[in-house]
Design a protein around this ligand. Sequence first.
Ligand SMILES: *Cc1c(COP(=O)(O)O)cnc(C)c1O
Length: 477
Amino acid sequence: MAPQASVVHGLKAEPKDIPSVDKLLASVPALVQAHGHRFVTGEARALLDALRLRALSAELERSELAPEALKEALQARCAARLAPRIRSVVNLTGTVIHTNLGRSLLADEALAQVMATMNAPNNLEYDLASGGRGDRDSLVEGLLCEITGAEAATVVNNNAAAVLLCIAALGRGREVIVSRGELVEIGGAFRMPDVMAAAGATLVEVGTTNRTHARDYEAAIGAQTAMLMKVHTSNYQVQGFTAAVDEATLAEIAHRHGLPLVSDLGSGSLVDLAQWGLPREPLPQEMLKAGCDVVTFSGDKLLGGPQAGLIVGRREFIERIRKFPMKRALRMSKLPLAALEATLRLYLQPERLTRNLPTLRLLTRPLAEIEQQAARLLPLVQQALTPKFDVSASAMQGQIGSGSLPVERLPSAGLVIAPSAAKGKGTALDELAGALRALPKPILGRIAEDRLWLDLRCLDRDADLADQLPTLAMALG
Ligand SMILES: *Cc1c(COP(=O)(O)O)cnc(C)c1O
């Protein structure tokens, strides 16, 4: 708290006015009862230390040392220390699978399976039929094979791990051929050339940024070649004078030389999104049919499950990948594995997916329904933000997110909020965005063109916005 110029010097507290830890503790018996002596003592000491520092620089008001004020400060401090750092937020950014916001939401069935199996022993690596040791992969391998048509499957922590493991297991110490048009950076530290080096393989680039031909791959194959690799350019698109070699052609080339073809699909939807009028992503089952020997994809992108890296393909290669020592370090934990199994089981009832799988439900929400929601919420938000802001309902363009189909937009609807005063627009918008983030359930929108855009596609319950409007209005004064 900044010192106020108007405060009379005599009202400042001095270090000697600060009570002892014991005295403060004696005033909060219920707090000690609730959280235990050790925790509350630590917080009381830290609180009094902080007050002492402020008293030393003459910044502490006497009123802050009133018994009631001290009690409240300690209670607030304890509550803040015990509050979870990971919290639910309301995603009105327009990006459905938002990496910064935890990507896919888990289905009820996945949550239920986690709840039902994580607080008790389970058969994670125990074969109930034989009574012997089991393999955790077998919990999902059957489902993955059934859904994708693969011979075998294994799973790891995420798709980055899947790619790393595949390259290491099949290409370590040898050469891996990739098109220059597919040397992707997914974000953060995942860049294909670096992954290749980390896996101990030598990257052999072929073709150019915009055009790679079958003959480029053919010419690069030599005695040191371990495999051909295809990387889905999930988060960008090269347009114009382009050429790439499709999987079927590449598979023919690879197999003619006795080499495997590995495909990193990135998102990899297990169902054809075109049936709901959505932009199409390639399916792992199509890649396998085209002749890919190994296909990797994410569990928490379009699949709609927990973080996971799924590896499906021909048994001989999956076995080599599974037995590679690095697999143990990258294996899935039981918690997401339980969620993944339940999520995959939902795919056995494809007609119900848009109801049972939150990611698909949000992606397929009818535009008319979102528009009605915008019309419903408009007067409430107007009431809370007038006269400082002008609020209107508007069509907007969302996106699937997580690198899926980056160029395609999802027609959506929502509320657009613009500062009413021409002056200080940027500050007013930042203040509004900050107040929305400070709500008990933080609301995240998108600032563009001097406006704040709230895309309602992912607003499951009106109440998440409506019930928080009085708090928002108060925060904005
Ligand atoms: C997202 C993505 C990855 C990384 O997957 P994670 O599950 O986030 O580790 C790798 N390759 C491609 C092409 C991707 O789109």
